[in-house]
Design a protein. Sequence first.
Length: 445
Amino acid sequence: MTTELRTRVAALMPQAKQDLTQLVAFRSVADPRQFPPEECERTAQWVADAFASVGLTKVGLHETPDGSKAVIASRPAPPGAPTVLLYCHYDVQPPLDAAAWRTPVWELTEKNGRWYGRGSADCKGNIVMHLTALRAIDPELPLGITLVSEGSEEQGTGGLERFVQANPDLLRADAIVIGDCGNFAAGVPTFTETLRGSVNVVVTVETLAGPMHSGMFGGAAPDALAAMIHLLATLRDEHGNTTVDGLSNDQRWSGVQYPVEQFRIDAGVLGGVDLLGEGTVADMLWARPALTVLGIDAPPVLGSSGAVQPAARARLNLRIPPGTDPQTGLRALTEHLRANVPWHAQLTIEIEGTGAPFRSGRGGPARTAMEQALTQAYGRAPTTQGQGGSIPLCNVFADTYPDAEIMLLGVEEPKCLIHAPNESVDPAEIERMALAEALFLTNYR
């Protein structure tokens, strides 16, 4: 059976490339301020038609509370047979700096053995993975299959999360495959077992009624930008460890380790620049909190004047590991900021949002079947990793379907550069992951 499926999947790869070419051409950024909503609507219809063509009979576009459309397609399970839910999303990140792209953003382009284009990996490559697997399997397989493709995952507006809570029976399943992750490296089959949660706040520091001449007032007048710099500096120590009072920063990661030199390459760290933290790379990425300054409002260098600044703003992102409640993280961060703002400067904290971390379970018939499938597809046993990003839907699935086994995997690996210019996918990963999924669907009973 493995050889037969391998041959089928290999023969389907030209169709997979054609599918991805059509998908990448849709500018499906779920933000009407940047791209026409029609782009997402056209993409959703393409996804619905594609999965209808592979034998899923109940197909529909369902509006979610944030206005996005979720594509749901299903084939009911025969009596006594389990149901597998396949997840992906069809919306993509905006292209960011278009000038930094070396290939056309919205045109799938083959270069050096990889396929380039926005969404080629995240997450349209995973849509194609699911499609190719379903094309390869026996259409009469005694198994229930449901596909859900989200339309606003990258925006984080929670449309599908609230839709699932309001319509739990539509997506009920025994096993859930979250196709929005990937392998530790190309060719290394990997389960993503943990996701960090997040806390986002916007901090404003105010000290003066208005800007004042730096020659006449500088030295005694409290500089709001200097106060912000001082405050942000308290969130890291000299080694780069995140230091938010009340949050542990010495946890250890017990799964696969991330070699330092490989991480330096993957992250594009400049020569001679130190990595952050006193733990291993895996500890810092997947087991410990991490504070990132996402942006600062301050005068730009070009056009700045000799003035003491009256106010400064910063947007902060705190990633928290499994075991830390997001409200605990939020409380610790806000209390730390209030305790460390210098010179009794006025501090305002605006809460943008929080997301809970996630840890998938181990064991169970679905996990066992997927482990065997990955081993057969890749010729080596799978490993495990964490992921620094957050997928709040995983917690909604876990709460709504507590008996379901949830597995996170997919075609995304470090060289894909998801969310960045020059996103790409390794077509061999699509082929191997599609084969693994086809083997899993065939053998999971």
